[in-house]
Write a protein that binds this ligand. Structure first.
Ligand SMILES: Cc1ncc(C[n+]2csc(CCOP(=O)(O)OP(=O)(O)O)c2C)c(N)n1
Ligand SMILES: [Mg+2]
Length: 651
């Protein structure tokens, strides 16, 4: 009998299967598939988990029993495994993800940062934290949070605001209704994020006669929603009337696989494109109308175009403060916005004409409605000048040992410590750019690298640039690199990580070695938090608390000897092939060596902390102390109050 025939029979006969709740949950997951544009794939690519008393006998036992149907992965930290799952899902354009099981208590709460990162970035991850006994008799169990006001509280309640769906399974039969809801949210482009099913440790092991129909293969079709026709016409009229339009491309373009549709619109109309961090690669370079990153960490080309734009067409972006330069990026007095987004929340921002729908089909329909429109010759000339000048500026910043005075902070000038022989971060980026191919992916998340990469990196493929910059979570980088490699084994994966992020979460190197994942990790060692050091200086605090130095017995402060960490030894101790590169030649040869290595390669590059890539006519709202005895702070406050005047309301 066919699969469908058997399923139909099961429904008619009311056949049941006796399983523990955990076994039923795992079995259900193995049967779920997603489909878009007629392409179908298993939705859950495996399950990561660290076992403790909260899941070892439940989900752990179920995973062992179903190990030939679902692959189990052993990570080293629960936060990291959620990042890995999110990176995997992002690489798969949200059509697949990984599940994560944890014990109760600290194992569960370790997943909190990962959950928040996934939800903020609108990336599906399925989290299965163990929970305290539903039966309560042995309470308080090891690691249980107690409340004098309620016994219906556990640390897993912390997941509620950071989950797009949250449920606690108090009885085994509840998964019959909870699991389809979990899948609906995970596969909804508009609602997706972390889905948390808190699983009390006793309930995981309880048996129930589950309807066999629960385990029938199920395909979740990811629809391409179309925007309202009248709103589309309104938007088209705005485009036709506009003289200086700009497209802001976000992650939604890539998730929707709308890059060809975007390119078609751009080629037909001559409209330039600025990209967000998640959207970088939406219009792969080289392209004459690619203005690069836009906003606080944007390029001079994109930011000048944004400033003068009379129409901004936002596609698949949530318009965070980095994209809008804290609402200072768009200064045209009558600027209007069109926002194409699956989420109503995003589509309505900046009083935009909301085109609520899938990026690809909405872009295609908008293209039809604006057929014949093209930007004027003078605007086309401006765009060409700006993008050409920007490409030259990138080459200059990346190629040269920039020598200059620290005080030189005009647009385009990098501040460099003249005495330093250290490489600059931009030079290292330049070598990576010259070495990597369109089939390679760089992975990054926090520190000064994201800003530099947003400006300097030329993404030549929609999957070339993987930045987690919604949560900018230190520690995502290496864990995320694993997820990218698992999702796209055919790609070269290069994790770019600061020494601070490395020290926060490098242990997944051991997991990568275990899984034989060939990833290359480039550690930018500038002895501390250079990005926040720069930010601290800009708010008048001179880098307080951002350098790795020993406590000085004389001053009592952290201004003693430099603290050096042997990153090469650290990475090698976990099984990576590690080396240090102090020169560009050494870096090139280390990258060539890594290319030949079937395992994990780590290249440690000491870089000049002070040699920063400047901002390009942009700003980020970080409030400065309103009163202080420190003159630096007072000056910074005055500058801040002036800069804040440029912030706008779009109502
Ligand atoms: C988990 C987490 N904690 C704190 C921060 C705030 N933060 C942003 S960048 C940064 C320093 C990163 O240091 P490093 O990785 O060495 O990069 P660098 O700034 O030196 O380029 C800090 C502390 C963060 N983004 N994430
Ligand atoms: Mg650093």
């Amino acid at each position: 009998m066919s699969e469908a025939g058997r399923a139909g029979q099961a429904r008619r006969t009311g056949r049941t299967v006796r399983l523990t709740m955990a076994q039923a949950l795992v079995r259900f997951l193995t049967r779920q598939r997603s489909a878009r544009d007629g392409r179908e794939q298993p939705f859950i690519g495996g399950m990561f988990g660290i076992f403790g008393h909260g899941n070892v006998a439940g989900i752990g036992q179920a995973l062992q029993e179903h190990r030939h149907e679902i692959r189990y992965y052993l990570p080293r930290n629960e936060q990291a495994m959620v990042h890995t799952a999110a990176a995997y899902a992002k690489t798969h354009n949200r059509l697949r993800t990984l599940a994560c099981t944890s014990s109760i208590g600290p194992g569960a709460t370790n997943m909190i940062s990962g959950a928040a990162a996934a939800t903020i970035n609108r990336i599906p991850v399925l989290l299965l934290p163990g929970d305290i006994f539903a039966g309560r008799r042995p309470a308080p169990v090891l690691q249980q949070l107690e409340s004098s006001a309620s016994q219906d509280v556990s640390v897993n309640d912390c997941f509620k605001p950071i989950s797009r769906y949250w449920d606690r399974i108090q009885r085994p039969e509840q998964i019959v209704t909870a699991l389809p809801e979990a899948m609906r949210v995970l596969t909804s482009p508009a609602e997706t994020g972390a889905v948390t099913l808190a699983l009390p440790q006793d309930v995981q092991t309880e048996a129930y006669d589950y309807p066999a129909a629960l385990f029938e293969p199920r395909v979740w079709t990811i629809a391409r929603a179309r925007a309202d026709r009248d709103r589309l016409r309104e938007a088209a009229a705005l485009v036709r009337a506009s003289r200086r339009p700009l497209i802001v491309a976000g992650g939604g373009v890539i998730y929707s696989e709308a890059t060809a549709a975007l390119r078609a619109l751009v080629d037909a109309t001559g409209m330039p494109v600025g990209e967000t961090q998640a959207g970088k690669g939406a219009l792969p370079e080289p392209h004459a109308l690619a203005a690069g990153g836009v906003g606080a960490t944007g390029t001079l080309a994109a930011n000048v175009l944004a400033r003068g734009a009379d129409l901004v067409i936002v596609v698949g972006s949530r318009l965070s403060d980095f994209t809008t330069a804290s609402k200072t990026a768009f200064q045209h007095a009558d600027v209007r916005f069109i926002s194409i987004n699956v989420s109503e929340l995003d589509a309505g921002k900046h009083a935009a004409v909301p085109l609520v729908g899938d990026a690809r089909v909405v872009l295609e329909e908008l293209s039809e409605l604006v057929a014949g429109y093209h930007v004027g010759a003078d605007y086309a000339e401006t765009i060409a000048q700006l993008t050409t000048a920007w490409r030259a500026e990138v080459d200059r910043v990346c190629a040269a040992r920039l020598k200059g005075s620290r005080s030189s902070e005009s647009a385009g000038a990098a501040r460099v410590s003249p005495a330093s022989d250290l490489l600059t971060q931009a030079e290292v980026i330049g070598v990576l750019q010259a070495t990597l191919t369109p089939n390679d992916t760089i992975v990054c998340a926090a520190g000064s690298l994201p800003g530099d990469l947003h400006k300097l990196w030329r993404a030549t493929d929609p999957k070339a640039y993987h930045l987690e910059y919604g949560y900018s979570c230190m520690g995502y980088e290496i864990a995320g690199g694993l997820g990218v490699k698992m999702a796209a084994p055919e790609r070269g994966v290069y994790v770019l990580v600061g020494d601070g992020s490395y020290l926060m979460m490098a242990q997944e190197i051991a997991t990568a070695v275990q899984e034989r994942l060939a990833v290359t990790i480039v550690v930018f060692d500038n002895q501390g938090y250079a990005s926040i050091g720069g930010l601290s200086a800009s708010v008048g605090s001179g880098g307080f608390g951002t350098r790795y130095r020993q406590r000085n017995p004389d001053s009592g402060e952290l201004d003693g000897d430099l603290l050096t960490v042997d990153f090469v030894a650290n990475a090698a101790s976990m099984g990576a092939r590690a080396c240090r590169a102090d020169t560009l030649e050494a870096l090139r040869s280390a990258l060539a060596g890594a290319n030949q290595n079937a395992g994990v390669s780590v290249i440690v590059v000491p870089v000049d902390r002070e040699a920063r890539v400047a901002g390009y006519e942009s700003w980020w709202d970080v409030p400065v102390a309103a009163v202080s005895t420190m003159t630096g702070v007072q000056q910074a406050r005055t500058a801040f109050e002036a800069a804040r005047q440029r912030e706008r309301d779009f109502l």
